[in-house]
Design a protein around this ligand. Sequence first.
Ligand code: COA
Length: 188
Amino acid sequence: MSIMEQSAGAVGSGSGPTGTGLTMRRGRPEDAAALCALAVRSKGWWGYSASFMRECAPELVVSPQAAADTVVAEVDGQLAGFHLLVPMPDGSSDCGELGMLFVDPPFIGSGIGKILFEDARRSAAGRGWLRLIIVADPHSRTFYERAGAVLAGERLSQTIPGHSLPVFDVTLRPRPSASSSPRPTYWR
Ligand SMILES: CC(C)(COP(=O)(O)OP(=O)(O)OC[C@H]1O[C@@H](n2cnc3c(N)ncnc32)[C@H](O)[C@@H]1OP(=O)(O)O)[C@@H](O)C(=O)NCCC(=O)NCCS
């Protein structure tokens, strides 16, 4: 089973190595403090001021409950990054949000962000969502554009007055439902 398939709903706990010392696993409640610290280091990597980081702090909190919903990437046993999918605040069933995607600075630029993003995309589709929304850090625009996300607009930050954030939209292909009618098999 691939990393992507494991995170698309089949991951219980733990997963196999990917061949490069990188492993992916479900987060655990006891990871919360480490994930929160990683998020702060990661966000700070863009060079934000201490006062800006203080204002962002509420957005970087990972509760034990949220930690259990994360997928974390580890390199040789060391936490390297994670993602967190969250439902839309309005309870929409066909759309969800990439609430967090953070790579620890020593691993930034090594491809882990892309692996985590693809995992999140597959997992979101596995939940039956048709679209994935990302309210992104402005510095990460190019990363999301390279990943195929489409800029859909801007949103004012809820925690930092006057701070505008790019909003990306990713179209997902949901897992076909068991009730869908069988397809004709012309080629086999
Ligand atoms: C944004 C982030 C998740 C990207 O993860 P990463 O591991 O550094 O990215 P990758 O190495 O997987 O890069 C994937 C692709 O995006 C490109 N890319 C990544 N970051 C980029 C940047 N800041 N500017 C331009 N291109 C970038 C890479 O060149 C690569 O392109 P390719 O596929 O054509 O080779 C990571 O930089 C990060 O955690 N940053 C700080 C926190 C943050 O802003 N998180 C996002 C919150 S919305």
